[in-house]
Design a protein around this ligand. Sequence first.
Ligand SMILES: [Zn+2]
Length: 215
Amino acid sequence: MCNIEKTLEYIFLPSCGICNKLGEGYLCKKCEKELKKYELNLYGVENINNYIEKLHVFKYEKMIRELIIQYKFNEKSYLYKTFCELIIKNKKVFDFIKSYDIIIPVPIHKTRMRKRGYNQSELIAKELAKKLNIGYNKKVLIKVKKNKPQSILNKKERKENTENVYKIINIEKIYNKRILIFDDIYTTGATINACIKELKKAEVKKIGVLTLAKD
Ligand SMILES: [Zn+2]
């Protein structure tokens, strides 16, 4: 953390993003205990040589679902720090992230970015990279086509809706590296699979998927 950030944190003491309690960082002990009830820690490996690993931290329900909705649609962008603390307090998730070289967020289209003002996955991924001291790059996986929101579609439509939407660029930045893709919610996996398909073109060493919640 640079000096100016330290000074700002001193002036504006961090408070719990959920209940506003001061003095316990961006997530207080009480709220952490509440949220831990929804921990899923669902871990899975695909491909014979452990090439693709997936880890979903929470179940997308009740308090977690409510928080993510607030975060994405109610301009509560500051919650990214709370989510980040929540994620790294889990030892298993911490170690999982640490086993990768670079974290990349699932991109959103520039028109949606303009409307919302931020990419919810980008803020969390960047903070995780900073806290865990691993690489971060948002300029290798880009969204080249604006598609419908996945949430309004069924499984078949979701798959079609993600075709030719993502594109890999600056391949040399990730060549032979262990790459972790981060997204907020995992439902049918259509978005993540579309991203994986692109990443494979870059001959990365390993692909990991980390999502905050699984629906
Ligand atoms: Zn709290």
